[in-house]
Ligand binder design. Structure first.
Ligand code: URA
Length: 246
């Protein structure tokens, strides 16, 4: 990889900014000052310093974020507005190309995986894979058993096709867990709205094999463990998509 690309991907500035750093002799590779931004380097084996400080390298990063309300599921670059983006919450990231795997509404909380692993994101979000996503729901009215069963069978929410069958576990008259296998816009809110119910609180608690760590408060995050990364890499090679919980 080119030196200037390496530096901008590790969050040291735009291509123009890092080229300036290089031309002003602030960057060294393996202890030798370098002035060619096109120099080919290998992040795993070369030591890159800026003014004597080592640039940390990570090919791929994975974080579990408990998304708080009021933050949008976008990257800084893709958001044209001044709204706070989920990737801005990850303070310790090494790379600058992280993005959220899928979207939660601005007023939805809960599990969001933040990574720069495009292949993994593609597999988790592919409509063909039908990855389970479980949410905790609070409604503004009573969810009857009959209504839950109606929604579970798959319903018309005004799209081309009805929703796929899903699972609902009633916790009380007004709260439940719902597991859906699609990722349509406002899907859960629209499903309950067909029966006149408004979603007051929505929180994602699992996605595929990953469960939200109960230790994470709203807005908190942690790197995924090695075990979780392996589960994600292998999840669609096994039949069972049940989430592990910490
Ligand atoms: N369904 C919704 O309505 N909103 C979300 O954020 C996720 C699923």
């Amino acid at each position: 990889m080119r030196l200037d690309k390496f530096l901008s991907e590790t969050g040291k500035g735009t291509r123009t900014q890092v080229k300036k750093l290089i031309s002003s002799k602030k960057v060294s590779v393996n202890g030798v000052i370098v002035t060619d931004p096109a120099m080919k380097i290998d992040g795993e084996n070369n030591v890159v310093d800026i003014e004597g400080e080592k640039v940390a390298y990570a090919k791929i990063e994975y974080y579990m974020l408990n998304k708080p309300k009021g933050v949008i599921s976008a990257t800084r670059d893709s958001s044209r507005s001044k709204q706070k983006c989920v990737t801005e919450l990850i303070q310790e990231k090494i790379r600058d190309d992280l993005f959220p795997v899928g979207r939660l509404d601005k007023d939805t909380e809960g599990l969001l995986i933040i990574t720069n692993d495009g292949d993994l994101a593609h597999r988790l979000l592919s409509p063909k894979k039908h990855v389970d996503k479980t949410y905790y729901v609070e409604l503004d009215g009573r969810l009857s058993t009959e209504e839950a069963e109606r929604i579970m069978g798959g319903i018309d929410i005004g799209d081309e096709k009805p929703t796929l069958p899903c699972e609902i576990t009633r916790l009380s008259d007004t709260t439940c867990f719902i597991t859906i296998r699609e990722g349509r816009y406002h899907e859960i809110k629209r499903m309950f709205a067909t029966g006149g119910l408004k979603v007051k609180e929505l929180k994602r608690i699992s996605m595929g094999p990953i469960a939200l760590d109960a230790e994470l408060g709203a807005g908190e995050y942690r790197p995924l463990t090695e075990e979780e990364i392996q589960l994600l890499r292998n999840f669609d090679k096994t039949e069972d998509q049940t989430a592990i919980s910490e």
